[in-house]
Design a protein around this ligand. Structure first.
Ligand code: IPM
Ligand code: MG
Length: 372
């Protein structure tokens, strides 16, 4: 297969983790005889310093013209610590999501048995967790009108949703649930918010077309507690932009590190693949960032293009790195392995399916259970 892939390294550790993903995709290209064309483009704080805008027109055009986008991370301390900044790296990401019509962000949270003992929570509590969050990505409070009064003492952010925005992601989430454990949990705040009540009505109506999927509705405050108490009770979680952002980071505590979680953003055209994590500027250039979230995002990319064997080969190589404890220090404090080394190990271990059967310690490939 021939794929044009835009590479947006972005800020902080973004470029270094993305570099490992490119190594892995090149290994897939060689092993399975594909043709991937990579083009890098500036994005985020780096782009602001060069030309004043986080998403330059050329970068946006490249993304529109590509089959897929691999993105590293965005955000920089100089903006985080400056509430008065009017141009921010994150604006570039939001605009890119909107311009590409990426209305659904798919965020799988799945425990890897071989590193379960390294998680912060007890293995009894997290064992069997295999959920996927369908986060609405181009609407809600992130995109509503923002206001600040003249003397800077009153501010507001509008949270708005339309039926269309809710139903298109709801259908994707129900279809995913149908292929998985047939349970969908809508997370909202319908006891307070009008938008949440609209979500409940639309999602409940849609559920009639999916009679084999059990719909459950849960308030966000209860959902954060349930995620900690019994994460294995969830299958597909469907939620709005803001609640999805919060819940997905909570997933990282279950898994053991935010450096392990990949995502796919899909919608009306092409798709973008990125780690859950932020730019972690403190780690930039130190060769300690975990590249797995980015590498597993490439597995989601391959799965998106129906390259199942290829996707499973990447996941199998990642599992092998866990079994052999070739991991970065966020997984195992005593580990001496750096970002580069882990990336090289995984890329070197991407082999065809005959070989990877013997190293797959958990039987279930990521692609089989979690991806669109
Ligand atoms: C994420 C991030 C972004 C978001 C930020 C960087 C704007 O936290 O992808 O979860 O809030 O969507
Ligand atoms: Mg987030």
């Amino acid at each position: 297969m021939r794929l044009e892939i835009a590479l947006l390294g972005g800020d902080g550790i973004g470029p270094e983790v993305l570099e490992q993903s490119v190594k892995c995709l090149k290994a897939v290209e060689e092993t399975f005889n594909h043709h991937f064309i990579f083009t890098e483009a500036p994005f985020g704080a780096v782009a602001i310093s060069n030309n004043g805008r986080p998403l330059p027109n050329e970068t946006l055009q490249l993304c529109k013209d590509s089959d897929a986008i691999l993105f590293g991370a965005i955000g920089a301390l100089e903006y985080d610590n400056n509430p008065d900044a009017t141009v921010r790296p994150e604006q570039g990401l939001l605009r890119l999501r909107k311009e590409l019509g990426l209305f659904a962000c798919i965020r799988p949270v799945k425990v890897f048995p071989s590193i379960i003992e390294n998680a912060i929570l007890s293995d009894k509590l997290i064992a069997g967790t295999d959920l996927v969050i369908y986060r609405e990505l181009t609407g809600g409070i992130y995109f509503g009108e923002k206001k600040l009064n003249e003397d800077g003492t009153i501010a507001s952010d509008l949270c708005q949703y339309s039926e269309v925005e809710i139903s298109r992601i709801a259908h994707l989430a129900f279809k995913a649930a149908k292929r998985r454990k047939r349970k969908l949990t809508l997370v909202d705040k319908a006891n307070v918010l009008e938008t949440s009540r609209l979500w409940r009505r639309v999602v409940t109506e849609i559920s009639e077309s999916y009679p084999d999927v059990k719909l459950e509705c849960m308030f966000i405050d209860n959902a954060v507690v349930q995620m900690m108490l019994k994460p294995a009770q969830f299958d597909v979680i469907l939620t709005d932009n803001m609640f999805g952002d919060i819940l997905s980071d909570q997933g990282s505590v279950i898994i053991g590190s935010i450096g392990l979680l990949p995502s796919a953003s899909v919608g009306t055209g092409n798709a973008m693949f990125e780690p859950f994590h932020g730019s972690y500027p403190q780690a930039k250039g130190k060769n300690i960032a975990n590249p797995i979230a980015s590498i597993l995002s490439t597995a989601m990319l391959l799965q998106h293009f129906d390259l199942k064997e290829e996707s499973n080969a990447v996941v199998a190589a990642v599992r092998k790195s866990f079994v052999k404890k070739i991991v970065t220090p966020d997984i195992m404090g005593s580990s001496k392995y750096g970002t580069d080394y882990v990336g090289d190990f995984i890329a070197d271990n991407i082999v065809d399916s005959d070989e990877n059967l013997s190293i797959n310690d958990e039987n279930i490939g990521l692609g089989k259970s979690t991806i669109i």
